[in-house]
Design a binder for this molecule. Structure first.
Ligand SMILES: [Zn+2]
Ligand SMILES: [Zn+2]
Length: 350
């Protein structure tokens, strides 16, 4: 299977090699509240995170910067369409590659840009082997890309029909361009870190930066606008299946419980569309049931392979549809990996 190698390397956000991806219009800027936008990422071979764009009376605040400078530049142009104010602050929700590798674009645009992240995220960005992101992970991606590109070229030769071939060619171009961009990446790191909750009063806009505990990573930051009742949640709460490899399943449920205590109506997730607060219960319910199911199956002596089959089917009626809205991060793509991760992290505690 063509994507086997990249799946192993990067199980977070691998687009199918012949998936239909966007070549233009990388983001749709959707109003969520007055002066608050969700920049919803179109499907791209090298996945981009969403961003939140928050206007103030003196400048713009952006949450997350995607997987590459060209994507951040594309969003920056769209922001220019709604305001001429400079971007003053950029916030990274966590250290994963698809949320911060465009930071340099905003740093180049404004000389006194503040880049904010949690203390833990700043640590993760500079420490090897912490997961799928950070400066050391750029080398990992650079090392893997030539093989990935060769595989795509191979897949094009073997393509069974013209449509598939055309899609593969678009994605090959994107992979090659991504490789070139990565080679000249100038990583811009957080200039300010937060260890616990802080409130920022930003020219008519109140923002709370919330550190609520471990979840998708050990440094997830939530960005809360109490007046507008909007929560930007990074990947700790998304409209795809969760990615657990760098996560803490049991803590995650607790952290989402803490998040539930805040008063908000709209969630700008790291991936997928803007969702109502009710999505929090659905997403947390999946994690809760997944953990309970794995524990129960393990106690009954089931092997990992057995629980991957049975539990995936048992949870499907409740979760498959709601977790399969987009071409990426769908229930059946991820449930096996999720079960394995919970088994390792919760049962084996490795
Ligand atoms: Zn992500
Ligand atoms: Zn992530």
């Amino acid at each position: 299977m063509s994507t086997h190698e990249t799946r192993r390397l990067d199980p977070c956000c691998v687009f199918p090699a012949d998936g239909k991806t966007a070549t233009t219009d990388l983001f749709e800027l959707k109003p969520v509240a007055d002066g608050v936008y969700a920049a919803i990422a179109a499907p791209q071979y090298k996945v981009n995170s969403n961003a939140a764009v928050i206007l103030t009376n003196d400048g713009v605040i952006v949450v997350d910067s995607h997987s590459k400078p060209s994507a951040a530049r594309a969003l920056f142009q769209e922001i220019r369409g709604v305001t001429r104010q400079p971007v003053r602050k950029l916030i990274n929700t966590h250290f994963h590659w698809d949320h911060w590798q465009g930071n340099e674009v905003y740093a180049a645009e404004s000389s006194n840009l503040e880049i904010i992240a949690s203390e833990r995220t700043r640590h993760n960005l500079t420490t090897p082997d912490v997961g799928v992101g950070g400066i050391p992970y750029i080398e990992t991606q650079l090392a893997a890309l030539p093989k990935e590109i060769a595989q795509l070229q191979d897949d094009i030769v073997r393509a069974s029909n013209p449509e598939q071939k055309a899609r593969l060619e678009v994605n090959l171009q994107q992979a090659e361009a991504f490789f070139e961009e990565l080679k000249s990446l100038k990583p811009a790191l957080p200039t300010r870190t937060v260890a616990s909750a802080v409130t920022l009063n930003e020219h008519g806009r109140e923002l709370q930066l919330l550190v609520l505990g471990r979840a998708h990573t050990d440094g997830d930051l939530f960005i809360y606008l109490p007046k507008e009742k909007v929560m930007a949640s990074g990947d700790a709460l998304i409209d795809w299946m969760p990615f657990l490899n760098d996560g803490y399943p049991e803590d995650w449920v607790q952290t989402l419980q803490a998040l539930d205590h805040f008063d908000f109506t709209h969630i700008i997730p790291g991936h997928g569309e803007v969702v109502p607060k009710a999505h929090l219960s659905f997403f947390r319910g999946y994690l809760t049931d997944l953990i309970a199911g794995v524990k129960q199956a393990a106690a009954a002596g089931a092997s990992l392979a057995e629980m991957q089959k049975k539990l995936a089917d048992d949870l499907a009626p409740q979760y498959e549809q709601g977790m399969s809205k987009y071409p990426l991060g769908r229930y059946r793509d991820r449930v096996g990996g999720n079960i394995e991760m919970v088994y390792k992290k919760v049962v084996q505690k490795s």
